[in-house]
Design a protein around this ligand. Structure first.
Ligand code: HEC
Length: 202
């Protein structure tokens, strides 16, 4: 093969390889997104399921206690299942130890509020990004959590909380900022974060 032709073939092979590598990266990201969505759904269904069950059985006061102990437990179970960090975050937290967003999460939450204010339905709002941090590359995903009727019992304005609920929340969460919401507001988001192979990020 003449040299010029061989160079051209080499170049074609190189371009083809790059295209394949690019394609593989996109497929990896699609797979990561699909897993993140499943994990998020599981977290929401499990916490929501326990809340509804307890609420129907024993009402608001006992449910506050269930939220306090079962929500962190569900987060930790789902995180272990996926080898990821899966938790709920918010710009106005009830439990600052668990729900305080990091800077990336804060940016997304602010953006989610903007998107909701410009008419996007809160239930469908999500975001994802490959992010480089000192410890490596992470795939990060977040999905908004909208406020529904049942939430108002514990996250609504003063007139939708009973005096007993307010007193219990004040006792359990002296720094509670997670009240004053209305149906359709964004209460926070599920955040999913997983360490990925640097190849995925290329
Ligand atoms: C029975 C009271 C109760 C109800 C009803 C309730 N929550 Fe909560 N919520 C809590 C408590 C208590 C916590 C703090 C849990 C903890 O200590 O981690 C909490 C925490 C959260 C958090 C985590 C961030 C933070 O502020 O600490 C989110 C997000 C959340 N609730 C959303 C909702 C949504 C959405 C609904 C309705 C579907 C809802 N909650 C209904 C009591 C309630």
């Amino acid at each position: 093969m003449p040299l010029a032709v061989r160079r051209a073939v080499d170049l074609l092979v190189a371009v083809a390889c790059l295209a394949v590598a690019g394609g593989a990266g996109a497929a990896d990201v699609a797979a990561l997104e699909s897993t993140a969505r499943t994990a998020t759904q599981q977290l929401m269904q499990q916490i929501g399921g326990e809340l509804k069950r307890e609420f129907a059985l024993s009402g608001t006061l006992r449910s506050v206690v269930v939220c306090k102990y079962s929500a962190p437990e569900v987060s930790s179970t789902v995180s272990k299942r996926y080898g990821a960090q899966v938790r709920r975050v918010s710009l106005r937290v009830r439990n600052p130890a668990l729900g305080t967003p990091d800077p990336w999460e804060q940016r997304q939450l602010l953006d989610f509020d903007r998107r909701a204010a410009s008419g996007e339905g809160a239930g469908g709002i999500e975001a994802s990004e490959l992010v480089h941090e000192p410890a490596g590359w992470y795939y990060r995903y977040m999905k908004a959590i909208p406020v529904a009727d049942i939430c108002l019992n514990c996250h609504g304005s003063a007139d939708s909380l009973t005096a007993a609920t307010s007193a219990q929340l004040a006792a359990e969460y002296p720094h509670d900022r997670a009240v004053g919401y209305q149906v359709g507001d964004i209460r926070g988001a599920v955040s999913y974060k997983i360490l990925v192979d640097p190849e995925v990020a290329r």
